[in-house]
Design a protein around this ligand. Structure first.
Ligand code: BGC
Length: 249
């Protein structure tokens, strides 16, 4: 029998969900996406997450994981860089339960992606210090050290040249600041150089929607640390959330 989980990834631009084959680490059906409501308040996002879950209506015994784009400490949202500030201090699981009637496991989105890559992707079976960065609306970061994920690392917000790093190096920075490819790649170079000088990781993994286009930018970065695309690409958040939920069920 296939071991099934369900994952939801709350992003700055879309809220996506899919049932996940937990043996293979793959979607069982195509994902369903709804644009993130603006403003992305707890009420509006909670209702949208409930809609995504209801679209598939997973059986009651299936563990549901929900990845959130901010710090989630013991179930409580602590930061909200790319969603509404009203989230800060809310109990994320309670908001989703109120709208969907389902108990869910909640975690940070980069942690979900890191866990997904660790279980099924580019970090699978690897020891050492692995640093994952997701490039999307923001920059999410996760670190896995000899198989242990350190939760809620917020190294997308290190200050580079007086600016929050994600402001100029996230995927969204290209549109926000009308960056050419060369300019954006130079910003990525600056970012990953800073991170490798601070952490000396053994491997970088780059996730987020843009990881599908890795061939156009990863070979242009000059780093001492090997840098590879996420193997689950943008699915890592959903797959990782589902797998983490099942592990905590
Ligand atoms: C948030 C992180 C999140 C990342 C990706 C950042 O702005 O602070 O918690 O993981 O965006 O969504």
């Amino acid at each position: 029998m296939t071991h099934i989980g369900f994952g939801v990834d709350i992003g700055g631009s879309g809220i996506k969900g899919a049932p996940v084959d937990l043996d293979a680490g793959e979607f069982l059906e195509g994902r369903f996406r709804i644009p993130t409501p603006q403003p992305a308040t707890p009420e509006a996002v909670g209702a949208t997450v409930a809609e995504v879950i209801a679209h598939f209506n997973p059986a009651p015994e299936i563990a549901i994981g929900v990845a959130f784009p901010g710090v989630v400490q013991h179930g409580v949202v602590r930061t909200a860089a790319n969603v509404d500030d009203a989230w800060i201090g809310t109990d994320l699981g309670a908001v989703i339960r109120d709208h969907s009637g389902r108990d869910v496991y909640v975690l940070n989105d980069a942690d979900a992606a890191g866990y997904g890559e660790f279980r099924y992707g580019a970090a699978h079976g690897r020891d050492g210090v692995i640093f994952l960065a997701t490039l999307g609306t923001g920059i999410g970061t996760a670190m896995i050290v000899d198989g242990t994920l350190v939760p809620n690392l917020e190294f997308g917000h290190i200050i580079i040249d007086g600016h929050d790093a994600e402001e100029y190096a996230a995927e969204s920075a290209r549109d926000r600041h009308s960056l050419s490819d060369d300019e954006w790649i130079a910003n990525l170079q600056r970012y990953f150089t800073e991170i490798e000088n601070l952490f000396w990781p053994d491997l970088f993994i780059v996730g987020g929607g843009v990881s599908k286009e890795h061939a156009s930018f990863l070979p242009r970065l000059s780093l001492r640390t090997p840098i590879v695309p996420a193997e689950l690409f943008n699915a890592a958040g959903i797959v990782g959330a589902a797998a983490a939920a099942a592990a905590h069920h």
